[in-house]
Design a protein around this ligand. Structure first.
Ligand code: ADP
Length: 394
């Protein structure tokens, strides 16, 4: 029996999911958190959860522990059963327009791209490097968050700044969450029984990080994240788009440098910054329920950013068939979905309120009535499955 292991290697964590192939049956999944210190290893399978707490200094130690535990729990008999390892890589630049089997040269290129994604690409590449060493006979396949967005037209990805910034320094919109946007778009096409080429979709991936993506002719027309994940709509702790002059202004006001201000825009802004309370929608929803005006305003601001972006994307697509919601907030927060759709009055969207608010429904579902002009889907994203699917192409 051959198996595909999906790895999302971050700077201090490593998420994994193991599939039996070719039936895409999930064998187990889990996470190793706080690598570099007293770490937490969580392995879940068949409704069981196993936790190990021990000091894990490096990613290599973490991966060795993972492989050892897979054998110990008899989830694999032999490491040779893992014939493919699919790796999430955040930034593929303009070099990687599709998933690829990683060799030494491509690994080097992924490391070089860390200039564009310093927080992510090094950790992603380190993960690949370790698997190339520990499982030398397995194929290591890199699947890039930016890949789907490489289908964007030039007018969507060039910023109106000196053109040399693009030519010499790679400044352009790359977009993120491409694997999720691609998965959701294809899922909707499959569930609708309509080729993706014939659908105009705006997918709202709303998690801690959040991005919107307009999909037309089975390609990305545009997306809200930019050179980095800081751009676009308001997020858990990120500001999204702001007047760039605010950076210089606040650097002077607070006597901080550009790096410190950017850190605040990434980590202390968004829902957290505005609510002055939490970046987590669930906490804010409780506060809003208690009548806290700042929590209510935080939701209103979040929704306003969403509505403005959806309106702009619909105008660019010259029409709109489907809006889809995914990610932790998109899949679970009925209030944000309703506030957003109500504010899009222009599109004559008719929500099926009973389905929208029914928290016992977890399958992919349509939350609009049959006579709604735009259909609205809630789709459970599955980036690991999409990576396994990409890995299967080789
Ligand atoms: P990440 O971008 O880190 O993967 P998630 O997609 O898990 O994040 O999204 C995190 C957000 O989703 C948080 O604001 C959280 O409150 C919200 N969320 C997650 N699960 C639920 C739930 N069951 N009900 C309501 N909100 C949820």
């Amino acid at each position: 029996m051959r198996k595909t292991l999906i790895i999302n290697s971050g700077s201090s964590s490593l998420k994994f999911k193991l599939y039996n192939m070719p039936q895409y049956e999930v064998i187990c999944e889990g996470i190793i958190e706080r690598i570099g210190q007293e770490a937490n290893f969580v392995l879940k399978y068949q409704k069981q959860k196993h936790v190990i707490e021990q000091t894990i200094i490096t990613h290599e130690v973490a991966i060795n522990l993972l492989l050892e535990q897979l054998k110990k729990h008899k989830l694999i008999d032999d490491l040779a059963e893992i014939t493919k390892v699919g790796h999430r890589v955040v930034q593929g630049g303009e070099i990687f327009t599709s998933s690829t089997i990683v060799n030494e040269q491509k690994l080097e290129q992924i490391y070089e791209l860390q200039k564009l994604a310093p927080l992510h690409n090094k950790a992603n590449a380190d993960g690949i490097k370790i698997f190339m060493k520990l499982l030398p006979n397995a194929q290591n396949i890199a699947v890039f968050d930016t890949e789907f967005h490489q289908s964007m037209p030039k007018e969507s990805y060039i910023y109106p700044v000196p053109y040399s910034w693009y030519k010499k320094h790679g400044v352009r919109r790359y977009g993120m969450h491409g694997t999720s946007h691609k998965f959701v778009a294809n899922k909707i096409s499959q569930l609708e029984g309509v080729p993706l080429e014939d659908l105009k979709i705006i997918n709202c991936h709303l998690g801690n990080g959040a991005s919107l993506c307009a999909i037309k002719d089975a390609k990305v027309l545009t997306t809200s994240m930019g050179l980095t994940p800081l751009a676009g709509i308001m997020m858990g702790t990120r500001s999204g788009d702001i007047d760039p002059s605010i950076i210089e202004y606040m650097a002077k006001e607070l006597n901080k440098d550009v790096f410190e201000i950017t850190h605040i825009l990434n980590n202390e802004s968004g829902m957290l910054g505005v609510s002055e309370f939490s970046n987590d929608c669930r906490d804010l929803a409780k506060k809003a329920d208690d009548g806290d005006m700042q929590a209510i305003f935080t939701f209103e601001l979040y929704v306003t950013r969403l509505v403005e972006t959806i309106g702009a994307y619909a105008a660019r697509m010259g029409g709109l068939d489907i809006i889809s919601f995914t990610g932790g907030i998109g899949e679970n927060n009925a209030l944000i979905r309703k506030m957003t759709l109500d504010a899009l009055d222009l599109f004559n969207i008719k929500i099926d309120n009973s389905i929208n608010i029914n928290s016992t429904l977890h399958d992919d579902r349509v939350i609009t009535l049959d006579d709604s002009s735009v259909k609205v889907w809630v789709v459970n994203t599955d980036e690991e499955y999409q990576i396994a699917l990409e890995a299967e192409k080789f």
